[in-house]
Write a protein that binds this ligand. Structure first.
Ligand SMILES: Nc1ncnc2c1ncn2[C@@H]1O[C@H](COP(=O)(O)OP(=O)(O)OP(=O)(O)O)[C@@H](O)[C@H]1O
Length: 794
């Protein structure tokens, strides 16, 4: 029996930003001044470090004093426990309820990030406190649910990921998983039964973490560390198979630093440059996300570093996130402090969308997962063979020449590896950038239309101003994205050039050098890397499809709620169709996403129909759409047949009782929903335009011709461009709704509204549609539909 899993509701929440100022250390106390003041646990003031400014400059407000407000601000006297209780505890508690939480400490080197996250025996840090909370909550849980806690700990050092729970960890790779977001392939996840055990692992991990003594900090962390605790909760009630999974990510970032201040050389200097690069990538993401919240769609360059890819969920995805900005009170750190607070201030704008993680099974994703895993095993095997060969070689050749050769080969191997990885990242970044660009350009087109329409009504009113300023924002974003795209393309060319160079070196070495097997393996390894790239691409595309299917599923639940059908009715219909509904969303889902993406299945049907259509879209079997009056029998929605269009599903194909694209009449939709969402308002209008007894649409026999649109040709906007698209809004709407939204060919269409499938592909001319020429609500709906689905309509 197929099963449907209703998605839990999504809530939008804002990143919580907390500032923590450490005390002056002994050395600083002798030489430096404390310039940070915290007021009312919210406001933080950074005094001008320059005491020599004269009175005039100060009264003329030429002071460098800065003031910021945050969710919480803590001064030097506060303990980690104070920070934890006010801003982290409640979010950690959500983890055992299936919610994700991310806590990350951000600040310059020596500002107290590690102290805040790990703490000391007397002042335990947020990592330690969170672990105790999780296990205390599990212990005191009164339900009969079974809990499983796992823990992983990794570090990103010089853009390479290492497992801190492994004694000698190799390089680990990142992978995109549609269910779990960005995951680290091969990272060890250890089952734990107590907080003490995790603390033991944490200590082990910390001892492996790369730290150095620098001028700025005697124990400076040179890597970003991510401790992840996953709590799986298997419920032992009526949802026997339901697993809830919450994740807590605790991140201690390496600190940004200025080379001049740290006085580093050699490797330390290179580490610093890498740390700064990844922190810059993080800062760029924070900037773009802040801008996005204020101005709209902007490209967020997550791909620019491993750190930002790992933190992606915490920054914009499914996570309740707390950013702890750590600052030093010392006057010589003024610039670092202000810089940290500037980013923290921007981060306040960032919004995330939280949702309970309820276990689902995606077989096709699992298949890909298996493929990747087996490829990884293959890569591992080859690597092993490679190292065996290395030791064999080292035995045979003289020590010096072998060393030279091996170091040369090692460099070659490493460069090959980096080249492949860079190519993967660049291609993915370009892919994402193009998507963003497409959406921006579609919006721009619609804004242009809206502006020209509005200009006919008023020359320079507020609406036009708003539309123009929005247009400008979109243009800016497009320009930024274009620039980024050009850069990515250049980088890809450089990467390709480098790849050719490496391949030439390998080929040359094979013909000249004795270590043929070694180099053959290297070539194979490289090829495997390329296959891996392709697979990762396929996965990325798959991820997109799955994401859209999920979006569709969510929309369907929204629609069901909007239709006013109650749980009992739907359960009954589903039972009749032999479909189980395992979970019921308690609240309507994701307001702004309402009815956005019917592209992968029928958008406006019952849960059972949704299931069948999703299944169908996978099997590419078209649904059949037929008007209810064509059929005498209908096992589904019997009671509603007379008063409204009915809804059926694939299982009812025999009775050909497909129905109602637009469902029941709008009167059946709860008034608050009917009038609140723009889409619903548009649908109501569409209904009135096209389905009411006086509807010109209904009686318009010319629609026979209109429907002569054979799929897929009629769904291409090009066949309607440029004027017809605008002149026949109803047709666009109908086309989108009856055709694309339901993902059915117009092989059979609702006779009720006059649509019939014909052979001719000629479109009716404007004069045949007297009622459709104005820019009415139908047009708006069509526009909004097309805006949301540009790819599918083109
Ligand atoms: N709240 C605090 N109370 C007392 N000492 C503190 C506090 N916060 C930080 N320190 C001290 O300041 C120094 C630097 O702190 P820490 O190592 O945590 O900085 P960091 O931001 O992690 O630096 P890096 O980025 O270089 O790793 C340490 O000696 C630490 O003990």
């Amino acid at each position: 029996m197929p099963s449907i899993r209703a998605l839990a509701s999504k809530q939008t929440t804002t990143l919580a930003v907390v500032v923590k100022c450490r005390p002056l250390c002994e050395k600083e106390r002798q030489r430096n001044r404390d310039i940070v003041r915290v007021n009312d646990n919210k406001e933080i003031v950074i005094l001008d470090p320059d005491l020599s400014k004269d009175y005039l400059e100060r009264v003329q407000n030429r002071t460098k004093e800065k003031k910021y407000c945050f969710d919480y601000a803590f001064g030097p006297e506060s303990a980690n426990l104070d920070v934890y209780k006010t801003s982290v505890l409640s979010k950690v508690a959500g983890v055992i309820q299936g919610l994700n939480t991310t806590v990350f400490a951000y600040g310059s080197t020596g500002s107290g990030k590690t102290y805040t996250m790990a703490g000391t025996r007397d002042d335990p840090g947020l990592m330690v406190l969170s672990l105790h909370t999780i296990f205390d909550l599990i212990k005191s849980d009164c339900s009969s649910d079974a809990f499983e806690v796992t823990c992983s700990y990794l570090e990103v050092y010089n853009e390479v990921i290492y497992d801190l729970l492994e004694k000698s960890s190799g390089h680990l790779e990142l992978r995109e998983d549609p269910e779990h977001g960005t995951v680290v392939a091969g990272l060890r996840c250890i089952k734990v039964h107590s907080a003490d055990r995790i603390l033991e692992l944490l200590n082990q991990g910390n001892s492996r973490r790369k730290t150095e003594s620098t001028e700025a900090n005697a124990t400076s962390s040179r890597s970003h560390a991510v401790l992840e605790i996953t709590v799986k909760r298997r419920q032992r009630n009526q949802y026997q198979n339901q697993v809830i999974r919450g994740k807590l990510a605790l991140v201690d970032l390496a600190g940004s630093e200025r080379a001049s201040e740290t006085n580093n050389h050699g490797q330390k200097l290179r580490d610093g440059a890498n740390i700064n690069r990844s922190l810059l990538a993080l800062a760029n993401c924070i900037n773009a996300l802040g801008k996005q919240q204020k101005k709209g769609l902007a490209y967020v360059p997550y791909r620019n570093s491993k750190l930002t890819r790992i933190l992606k969920d915490g920054l914009s995805g499914n996570s309740r996130t707390v950013m702890i900005a750590t600052v030093s009170p010392s006057d010589n750190q003024y610039h670092h402090t202000v810089n940290t607070l500037k980013y923290a201030d921007r981060a306040k704008e960032i919004k995330t969308h939280i949702q309970k993680n309820i276990g689902t099974i995606d077989t096709h994703v699992e298949d890909y997962q298996r493929m990747i895993d087996s490829l990884q095993i293959e890569v591992y095997r080859l690597k092993k063979e490679l190292s065996e060969k290395e030791s064999e070689l080292s035995l045979k050749a003289t020590e010096k020449s072998v060393e030279d050769e091996l170091s040369w080969l090692n460099v070659l191997c490493q460069e090959t590896n980096e080249n492949v990885q860079e190519r993967i990242n660049l291609q993915k970044a370009l892919f994402e950038l193009e998507e963003t660009d497409l959406r921006n350009r579609t919006e721009l087109q619609h804004l242009d239309d809206a502006i020209s329409k509005q200009q006919a009504i008023e020359k320079d009113g507020a609406v036009i101003q708003a539309l123009r300023s929005r247009r400008q924002v979109i243009l800016d974003n497009i320009r930024d994205n274009d620039e980024a795209g050009v850069n990515y393309k250049k980088e890809i060319e450089a990467n390709e050039e480098h790849r050719r160079h490496l391949q030439n070196m390998i080929d040359e070495a094979i013909s000249n050098n004795g270590s043929k097997t070694y180099l053959h393996i290297l070539t194979q390894y490289r090829l495997l890397g390329m296959t891996n790239t392709e697979l990762q691409f396929e996965i990325a595309l798959r991820d997109q499809v799955i994401h859209k299917q999920r979006e569709t599923q969510r929309n369907l639940w929204n629609l069901i709620t909007a239709l006013g059908l109650d749980q009992k009715q739907i359960m009954e219909y589903a039972a009749k169709q032999g479909t189980a509904i395992e979970d019921w969303p308690s609240t309507p889902i994701g307001g702004s996403h309402c009815m956005q993406s019917p592209s992968q299945g029928c958008a406006m049907t019952s849960p059972s129909c949704h299931w069948s259509c999703i299944e169908q879209s996978r099997l590419s079997a078209p649904c059949v759409l037929q008007h209810q009056q064509d059929s005498g029998c209908s096992p589904c929605f019997k009671g509603e047949r007379e008063s409204s269009h009915t809804i059926s599903r694939e299982g009812c194909r025999s009775c050909k009782h497909w129905s109602s694209a637009l469902f029941c009449s709008p009167e059946k939709i709860a008034p608050d929903i009917r009038h609140s969402l723009p889409e619903m308002r548009a649908i109501t209008s569409l209904w009135n335009d096209n389905y009411s007894p006086r509807s010109p649409f209904k009686e318009c026999s010319q629609w026979k011709d209109a429907s002569s649109m054979n799929l897929p040709q009629p769904f291409r906007r090009s066949s309607l461009e440029p004027t017809t698209d605008r002149e026949l809004p109803s047709m666009v709407a109908a086309r989108a709704l009856f055709g694309k939204a339901l993902k059915v060919p117009l092989s059979s269409v609702p006779g009720h509204c006059g649509l019939h499938n014909g052979e001719s592909s000629n479109l009716p001319d404007k004069s045949q549609f007297p009622h459709s020429t104005s820019a009415g609500p139908t047009h708006l709906f069509a526009e909004s539909y097309l805006r949301n689905h540009p790819l599918h309509c083109l």
